[in-house]
Design a protein around this ligand. Structure first.
Ligand SMILES: [Zn+2]
Length: 384
């Protein structure tokens, strides 16, 4: 055999994991090719924001022409952060009811549907409808809102379009992890009892029943959102604490909340099986025209949920938070709102279009949110 063909045979045989020696027996070697295995641990990033409000100045700023609005610039600074998440939820504290009747802000909201296209652009993919404003335009307004929310491709929780769906739990299979998102509100401003049946109102029984249904349906991680608390308070009251503890006892794995339009503290609550459940009593405002201290911003929470397929266990790898402050003013001589993410580093280099007053408010908001969220003694990682 010529040297050249011997070399070829040598390399070919290496490829197949065996060495062939002409005229001799075949000697096997351990396989050279690495066995391709599926990653045994998958991580899913879940992000949640507080109240998504649309006061009348907001849609006036966003107006392009009659019945055409562009809310996208509002989210330009936060978008890349949301885009790095697998699931982004926020509380839609308004209704997308009808363009025939006038758009309105507080106290009875009716928001143009372009607001939803702004939220979609921002990176939201789940909207919470369990809140006190969801019946602002009666049952018809809620049903139209659900229709629009679906049209823009959001999933939603906390209200149904059909009473027969009241007990059906949506479980999201995200990269192989089954996650349930359950939302509840303490009340609705509209007292109409028939309409309220379409909204998930908090009660101990409802909480227990729906968490049990989620578990029965195969959920491996149950997120509970509460719309509760007293507006503008910076600490949770007894009712909030009670429902949170109930939810932990019933099997919630993560508890998020808003409604107070202020940030409230976070804490870990130990449960029977030995681990702890993360709770934030209020994420505050994500977007609004509430310009005063404590309400002009909020926090965004991100949680990395992991599944170990070998051990068949689901657990939280990391919790982090991102304070945001809402800018309102002129950018390139156009009136804009802008949800601006904050960190210690970013405070040193605030945008040029911030006035002195804006910078003072943003810095105040950052340190307020940072101290309030940690007021119960835990230490959360900043997002950046
Ligand atoms: Zn509310």
């Amino acid at each position: 055999m010529k040297i050249k063909s011997a070399v070829i045979i040598f390399f070919v045989s290496l490829f197949f994991g065996v060495l062939l020696f002409p005229g001799k027996e075949i000697a096997t070697l351990p396989p050279k090719l690495k066995k391709v295995v599926r990653d045994s641990i998958i991580t899913v990033r879940i992000t949640a924001a507080g109240d998504l409000m649309c006061h009348s100045t907001q849609f006036n700023y966003a107006m392009v022409s009659k019945d055409s609005f562009n809310f996208k610039p509002v989210f330009d600074s936060i978008k890349s952060y949301f885009d790095s998440s697998d699931f982004v939820a926020g509380n839609l504290e308004t209704v997308i009811a009808d363009s025939d009747s006038a758009y309105s802000g507080y106290p009875v909201f009716n928001t143009p549907e372009d607001f939803l296209s702004g939220l979609k652009y921002a990176g939201f993919n789940h909207l919470i409808l369990a809140n006190n404003h969801i019946l602002d335009r009666e049952l018809k307004g809620l049903l139209r809102t659900i229709k629009k929310v679906k049209k823009f491709g959001f999933s939603f929780s906390g209200a149904v379009e059909n009473l027969s769906k009241k007990d059906s739990i949506k479980i999201f299979n995200i990269k192989g992890i089954k996650i349930a998102f359950l939302s509840f509100t303490y009340f609705t401003n509209n007292p109409n009892r028939q309409a309220r049946k379409y909204v998930e109102i908090i009660s101990r029984a409802a909480l227990r029943r729906r968490i049990a249904l989620a578990n029965k349906g195969g959920a491996e991680f149950v997120i509970v959102y509460f719309h509760f608390g007293k507006e503008y308070e910076r600490f949770p009251n007894a009712v909030q604490k009670m429902f949170v503890r109930e939810a932990v006892r019933d099997g919630a794995d993560l508890i998020l909340a808003s409604h107070t339009h202020t940030v409230q503290p976070a804490e870990f609550i130990k449960r029977e099986r030995g681990d702890s459940v993360f709770v934030i009593y209020s994420m505050g405002n994500f977007l609004s025209n509430q310009r005063w201290r404590y309400s002009d911003g909020g926090v965004v929470i991100s949680v990395e949920v992991a599944k170990d397929f070998n051990k068949d266990s689901v657990f939280v790898k990391k919790y982090s938070y991102l304070p945001v402050w809402v800018f309102k003013g002129k950018i390139n001589s156009k009136r804009e709102y802008l949800v601006y993410p904050l960190s210690k580093r970013r405070l040193k280099n605030l945008p040029k279009f911030f006035t002195q007053e804006d910078s003072v408010s943003a810095i105040k908001s950052f340190f307020d949110s940072d101290s309030i969220i940690h007021a119960f003694g835990i230490k959360l990682l900043p997002a950046f």
